[in-house]
Design a protein around this ligand. Structure first.
Ligand code: BTN
Length: 269
């Protein structure tokens, strides 16, 4: 795989802010942690931290994120949205859309999205997004969008059971896209979508695209919350990015967070 190269990434960028301030690390603990430190120190909107390897990569719900050297895109973007915290889930929606679009441009195959923020190819997870936020009721200081995209990982590199549920672009498409170009393409779409969030009807158009790519909708799902677990049919994505589900007794509920597995052809994913 081609090495990560700050200059090559910059040459492919077509943005005003996203990626214009960028750190490229050979090895780091976690790009999200570094991005948070930079955000707390006042880093501007669109600051990016990317690494060839993470030794303490973090996933959702306190899990770790496997990030071996040279095999993927481990990247965090600092965003300073001019909107309140309740709208922050929109950042995750557009992160997922922009990654899906960039992978499609690079490979001709379009990953689907498993609500809220997993990208799926061939019924397995190819990318996860970890969004961290610092905000109070009225003001969002920053959102960190952390992206973990498996590019060249071979199935036998995923330890244990992970090989059953995780995949990479290479495993699914047989292509090895240039990571520098892919990073720039993700940032190009991400900024474009981020700017359209503030335009009239902007989020509605993006939500429509998200619905089209969201494999969760129309399927039977199992939701595991902190204190409960239940099954339902996933119906829609609400204006505040919640998953709208219908229970077997016909009642509707809006799920804002929780682990959601989707019943597919080969069991739940
Ligand atoms: C998930 O659990 O699905 C989210 C995984 C997010 C992993 C990425 S890799 C880059 C960034 N730095 C981290 O430590 N985590 C995120």
């Amino acid at each position: 795989m081609t090495d990560l190269d700050r200059q090559v990434i910059s040459d492919w960028l077509d943005t005003r802010a996203f990626g214009r301030n960028i750190e490229v690390h050979e090895t780091i603990g976690s790009t999200n942690k570094r991005a948070r430190d930079l955000a707390l120190a006042g880093a501007p909107n669109g600051t990016v931290v990317v690494a060839d390897e993470q030794v303490d990569g973090r996933g959702r719900r306190g899990r770790s994120w496997l990030s071996p050297k040279g095999t993927g895109i481990w990247m965090s973007v600092v965003i300073r949205p001019g909107f309140e915290a309740s709208l922050a889930p929109r950042i995750t929606v557009i992160a997922a859309l922009s990654i899906s679009e960039a992978v499609y441009v690079a490979t001709g195959c379009r990953p689907s999205i498993k609500w809220p923020n997993d990208l799926i190819m061939g019924n397995k997870k190819v990318c996860g997004i970890l969004t961290e936020i610092k905000a109070d009721d009225s003001y969002t200081d920053y959102v960190i969008a952390g992206i973990g995209l498996n590019v060249s990982t071979r199935t036998d590199q995923f330890p244990g059971d992970l090989a059953m549920s995780a995949t990479s672009i290479y495993e699914e498409t047989g292509t090895l896209p240039d990571r520098n170009r892919l990073i720039a393409d993700i940032l190009n779409s991400f900024e474009y979508m981020y700017e359209s969030l503030t335009q009239p009807g902007g989020f509605d158009r993006l939500r429509m695209q998200y619905r089209d790519l969201c494999l969760t909708l129309g399927r039977r799902v199992r939701i595991s919350g902190v204190n409960e677990e239940f099954e339902a049919i996933a119906k829609d994505i609400s204006d505040d990015c919640a998953l709208v589900v219908e229970l077997d007794d016909g009642t509707k509920r809006e799920i804002l967070s929780g682990d959601v597995s989707v019943r597919g052809i080969a069991g739940y994913i």
